[in-house]
Design a protein around this ligand. Structure first.
Ligand code: SF4
Ligand code: SF4
Length: 118
């Protein structure tokens, strides 16, 4: 490439918007259908355990609470965010959210327990 052309490209780049995003300073909105952190709604769950049976990673455990409701324990360290459990749940008690910032310093912090406290 000739030096004149290089100089022109360099000068042009000063006036172009950057192609990269200023993450994490500017938050990113994930697109519709993104498979992020799993969300469990204990009010909809009937305890059929189809989600547990179909999860290829063994990442979700449904159990009964003392007051005959159901709680979910989701191990985000095992979850592969495939959404199979969402498809398997006939009660729509599970959904994938757009949340993707799931870093944690301790593995235990990646276990999410959700139950109905009302
Ligand atoms: S498949 Fe749905 S209703 Fe059945 S145990 Fe799992 S979350 Fe609950
Ligand atoms: S998204 Fe996939 S891996 Fe994660 S809990 Fe559901 S079925 Fe299991």
């Amino acid at each position: 490439m000739r030096p004149g052309r290089i100089l022109r490209l360099v000068l042009q780049s000063f006036f172009k918007k950057p192609v990269t995003r200023n993450y994490p300073v500017v938050k990113i909105e994930m697109p519709q259908g993104f498979r992020g952190k799993l969300k469990f709604d204990p009010k909809k769950c009937v305890g059929c355990k189809m989600c547990m049976r179909d999860c290829p990673a063994g990442a979700i455990t449904i159990s009964k609470t003392a007051d005959n409701k159901f709680m979910a324990e989701i191990d985000l360290a095992r979850c592969i965010f495939c959404a199979q459990c969402v498809d398997s749940c006939m009660r729509k008690a599970l959904e994938m959210t757009k949340e993707f910032e799931l870093g944690a310093l301790k593995k235990l912090d990646l276990t999410v327990v959700t139950k109905d406290d009302s």
